[in-house]
Write a new protein. Structure first.
Length: 575
């Protein structure tokens, strides 16, 4: 492993690279295009070759202060400036600042055929002057077919190609040469790719009436590079490449918990909610409140002053704002405060890859903490289930790497498609909430339960899911003789229980009063008996006292009588 690492380090030192400035491309090429070497950009008409080349020149001038020369063999300089003005590229201004130089070279095929001679010396002189005049570090030749269109000798063609590429290397410029795709080969001549140090293929595919642009690096001498097909988007900001397939399972994890927006649902998740940076799936049939759950999650995040990005594939922005007002959520306020941005579009607007690029780019621009995709099942209309799953895997990987919490909603049907969609998506997410219909006594109510929530304890109970003017709430369900009671049946059961509680309370109160009355009667009897006992005890004590007194008096009298008798007898003797 150490030797491989050292080898890679050595290669990076030996092969310096020039940043392209094109979003995402430098990540795939691990630094950019080979510095001081030619790169071939090939593809069919309309694949974006010229735009790719002009953005390489403009980004180099603006971002890296590297002047560039763009030599065109098809479009005139003024036409090229007009064509790229819609992307915000002011080529005339850059020319005045000597940051770029546009040059149009007209090659007449008939002149080459008539003379039978072919020599690039004139091109070298003209191109060399343009490079030296502004000190160019970057060069574009667009397109090479026009340069060799009148040459049929393959030996001379190969020699002149090598000569051209060798001359560019001697000048020390990083060059891009565009070429049109041939029949079964990368270019029309089939030779350019062999003498180029780096070959990039651009493709524009149309499948099921939906177009997708893809980029693939065919070869890159002396450098490690991504080998997959990468979708890229052309919009008002130029080209954006999405290298999501290169991501690995090395995303950071967080222990922070964030509220679901429903206190009763938080209580089912240990009272804390979801992990930050996790992925959540809310699935259920139509009309069960999946969008309301997602908006409640968004509303809580916006109240925490966190940015939220909402991708809607069914309803327009105004529809969502209007509908959520009915349940007490003012999304327009969050939009005005800059915390919420809603992107509403039909899935058929792009292919899956283009949707992925568009979502990726909007996330990079807005930098949200929470992302909503509502619903993901609509993507099935533009791709196979396996392709949708692959797209969502790449999206989840990217969001986890950025520590962005994402919530998906999915429509489930009583069909094979619905079941497969749930099975395909649910295995990837961290938490899965199921909303279902509960029918009883001619009523249709909603039930919610948590199927899984990785890394945390959660309730396994089914709760009745209620949507009213005040928002969303989960209510404890009641078990009756026939099963779960919801709606009016639940209310009737609650009323019966309340009535029974009142009756029991009244009965207990009556029993308490009876017990209190009996207690008072018994206490009165005890008091009466105690008084009677004390009276008898007092009478007995009185008799005992009188007897003692009588005995004491009798003893005293007896003693006095004895003394009197003794005195009388003595007196008789003295007489």
């Amino acid at each position: 492993m150490a030797s491989v690492s050292n080898k890679r380090t050595t290669l990076k030192k030996i092969l310096p690279k020039t940043p392209s400035g094109i979003a995402g491309l430098d990540e795939i090429t691990e630094g950019g295009l080979p510095k001081g070497r030619p790169t071939l950009i090939c593809g069919a008409a309309g694949s974006g070759k010229t735009l790719f080349a002009i953005e390489f020149i403009v980004r180099g001038a603006l971002n890296y202060k590297e002047p560039g020369v763009f030599m065109a063999f098809e479009e005139k300089s003024d036409e090229l400036a007009i064509n790229v003005a819609s992307l915000g590229f002011d080529l005339e201004k850059l020319q005045k600042q000597n940051l770029i130089k546009l040059d149009h070279v007209h090659i007449d095929r008939s002149e080459i055929e008539e003379t039978g001679e072919y020599d690039l010396d004139g091109l070298f002189i003209r191109l060399g002057h343009a490079i030296d005049s502004i000190g160019a570090k970057r060069v574009v030749l667009d397109t090479i077919e026009n340069l060799f269109s009148g040459l049929g000798n393959e030996t001379i063609l190969r020699a002149e190609l090598r000569r051209l590429f060798g001359w560019l290397k001697e000048k020390g410029v990083t060059a891009i040469i565009t070429g049109e795709k041939g029949d079964g080969i990368l270019t029309r001549q089939g030779l350019e790719e062999y003498v180029s140090d780096c070959v990039i293929l651009l493709e524009h595919r149309v499948c099921n009436q939906i177009s997708t642009r893809l980029l693939r690096i065919i070869k890159y001498r002396g450098s490690i590079h991504g080998t997959n097909e990468y979708p890229f988007l052309i919009d008002e900001d130029g080209i954006s490449v999405l290298p999501i397939t290169s991501l690995t399972l090395e995303a950071p994890t967080s222990t922070q918990r964030i509220s679901t927006g429903m206190p009763t649902l938080d209580n089912m998740l240990e009272g804390k909610g979801f992990y930050r940076g996790s992925s959540i799936l809310v699935s259920g049939p139509a009309g069960t409140g999946k969008t309301s759950i997602a908006v409640s999650f968004v509303n809580a995040a916006c109240q925490r002053k966190e940015r939220c990005l909402y991708f809607a594939f069914e309803e327009s922005t105004q529809q969502i704002i209007r509908n959520m007002k009915s349940i007490g959520m003012n999304l327009q306020q969050h939009i005005n405060n800059g915390f919420l941005k809603i992107n509403a579009s039909r899935p058929t607007l792009y292919g899956l890859e283009m949707h992925l690029v568009s979502i990726y780019k909007k996330i990079i621009e807005f930098k949200p903490k929470v992302v909503i995709i509502d619903p993901i099942t609509n993507l099935v209309t533009i791709g196979q289930l396996r392709d949708v799953k692959a797209t969502l895997i790449r999206l989840i990987d990217f969001l986890q790497k950025e520590q962005i919490t994402v919530m998906f909603t999915a429509l489930t049907l009583n069909t094979a498609i619905g079941e497969q969609t749930d099975e395909g998506v649910s295995s990837m997410v961290d938490a899965w909430i199921q909303v279902k219909e509960l029918e009883l006594n001619g009523e249709r109510n909603r039930g919610m339960y948590i199927i899984k929530s990785r890394g945390m304890g959660h309730s396994n109970q089914v709760r009745e899911f209620v949507i009213n003017n005040n928002g969303l709430e989960l209510v404890d369900v009641f078990l009756g003789p026939d099963g779960i009671l919801t709606g009016s049946a639940r209310e009737a059961q609650q009323l019966n229980e309340f009535t029974g509680e009142v009756i029991r309370s009244h009965a207990l109160s009556r029993k308490d009063r009876e017990i209190e009355r009996k207690r008072m009667v018994l206490e009165a009897r005890i008091a009466s008996l105690r008084e009677e006992f004390e009276s008898v005890q007092e009478e007995l004590n009185k008799a005992y006292i009188e007897e003692d007194i009588k005995k004491e008096v009798m003893e005293k009298n007896k003693k006095q009588l004895i003394e009197k008798r003794l005195n009388t007898s003595g007196n008789g003797k003295r007489k």
